[in-house]
Design a protein around this ligand. Sequence first.
Ligand code: PRT
Length: 109
Amino acid sequence: MNDTILARIADTLETRLPENGGDPSTSYVAKLLAKAPDAFLKKIGEEATELVMASKDGEREQIVYETADLWFHCLVALTHHHIRPEEILAELARREGLSGLQEKASRSA
Ligand SMILES: N=c1c2ncn([C@@H]3O[C@H](COP(=O)(O)OP(=O)(O)OP(=O)(O)O)[C@@H](O)[C@H]3O)c2ncn1[C@@H]1O[C@H](COP(=O)(O)O)[C@@H](O)[C@H]1O
């Protein structure tokens, strides 16, 4: 049983894939996936820009809202590529405690 919100949303998004019978006339996600990758890439670009603007303005509520939009559209992209959010969480866990500066230095070593 997938009990995190990201896993539950991913489960739903998988049902919207064209090969799983996703119907663009009843589902926003199926509409995006039917026109993959261009449709969701356009939305990711738009939502990222909206987050940049909200951050510039320092509007707390708007930052939360736009980040949710961006994360959601990233989940749609992952669904298209058959990548589960758990893989992203595992990658973040792998990086936990490793300073970005340290990691960058190790690349040039
Ligand atoms: N979390 C979301 C979610 N967040 C945002 N959105 C939609 O993403 C779109 C964001 O686009 P904008 O804010 O730019 O609004 P817009 O201008 O109307 O959008 P466009 O027509 O330009 O694409 C809106 O239509 C939102 O409703 C979402 N749509 C769906 N979900 C999840 O996905 C599930 C499946 O959705 P359907 O496939 O539509 O049933 C839902 O049950 C939710 O859990």
